[in-house]
Design a protein. Structure first.
Length: 300
């Protein structure tokens, strides 16, 4: 535990120093490839930092915040795009907007007490789930799989909500919601694209989908150009998830040969349920079935 705490401190001190460099030096460099080259050492460092942990949770959280979101935001930043443009007025805001899945709210709305109540209910349900794990041997496999799914959903929701509230108090500004009542989703498309973890599609859309679609429109009609953009978003999202799975399994247990097949199958199922005219809703793949299975293997 002491070693993990030391690693946590070292990793985030390194991240803060690196992002401070990104705030002061690259903005003075011409946008485009020159600025991207100046950010390459930081991008490479963020790929390595999750390997400093032996804890699955710390490794995955760091990988999600730094390797995925921060790297993609910095790549967009190098081309004067993304949530870091215009440059935040203070270093503290730049660090928070780079590291965490948050975005400043453009038109702040009056807050009500329902989100706090919903958060308290989620925490209570999560506590009950942890208690049920003590009776795991008496539960059916189907029920246990459902519990793992709810566990993953609640754990991510609680972590993201906690970070959002802490950052909101620290910065003194209103932030965009990170999800839009995902439990009310009417389809997989609605869940992944419009309700769950909204920061991920908000990053993939300008970073992958839009550029690929613009390039494709030079050789085909705009109606057909969306397909290469969608395919590119699927591929990039799949590669990033494979990287997360690499951090999850490295040095812990051998990776199963069927993992890639499960990921591909999940992506195909999601694609089959999505409509072409609503392309914004399916720029993200999240292979929940795979992750549930991997999480179950780790807990056993």
């Amino acid at each position: 535990m002491d070693e993990e705490l030391k690693s946590l401190i070292k990793v985030w001190i390194s991240a803060i120093i690196s992002i401070s460099y990104c705030y002061y030096i690259p903005p003075r460099i011409k946008s485009g490839v020159p600025r991207l080259c100046s950010l390459c050492p930081v991008l490479a460092l963020f790929l390595v930092l999750p390997l400093c942990f032996s804890s699955v949770h710390l490794s995955l959280i760091t990988a999600f915040f730094l390797t995925w979101l921060a790297n993609f935001k910095l790549i967009l930043f190098s081309f004067d795009k993304g949530p870091l443009i215009p440059l935040p007025p203070s270093l503290s805001r730049f660090i928070c907007f780079t590291c965490f899945p948050i975005k400043a709210q453009q038109n702040p709305k009056s807050q009500n007490h329902m989100p706090k109540l919903v958060f308290a209910i989620k925490v209570a349900i999560f506590g009950v789930l942890l208690h049920l794990y003590g009776y795991r041997k008496n539960l059916s496999p189907a029920l246990l799989l459902a519990l793992y799914f709810v566990h993953l959903y609640l754990e991510i929701e609680i972590i993201l909500s906690f970070i959002k509230n802490v950052v909101c108090i620290f910065l003194g500004c209103d932030l965009e919601p990170q999800s839009n009542k995902p439990y009310l989703a009417t389809s997989l498309q609605d869940f992944w694209g419009r309700r769950w973890n909204l920061m991920v599609p908000a990053i993939l859309r300008p970073a992958v989908y839009a550029p690929m679609r613009r390039v494709s429109e030079r050789r085909m009609s705009s109606a057909w150009a969306l397909f290469p953009g969608i395919l590119a978003a699927f591929i990039v999202s799949g590669l990033v998830h494979e990287l997360l799975f690499f951090y999850l399994t490295l040095g812990r247990e051998e990776e199963d040969d069927g993992d890639t097949a499960v990921a591909a199958e999940s992506g195909c199922v999601e694609a089959a349920h999505c409509r072409v005219r609503d392309c914004d809703g399916w720029v993200v793949i999240y292979t929940s079935a795979y992750k549930e299975r991997r999480d179950r293997e780790i807990h056993q």
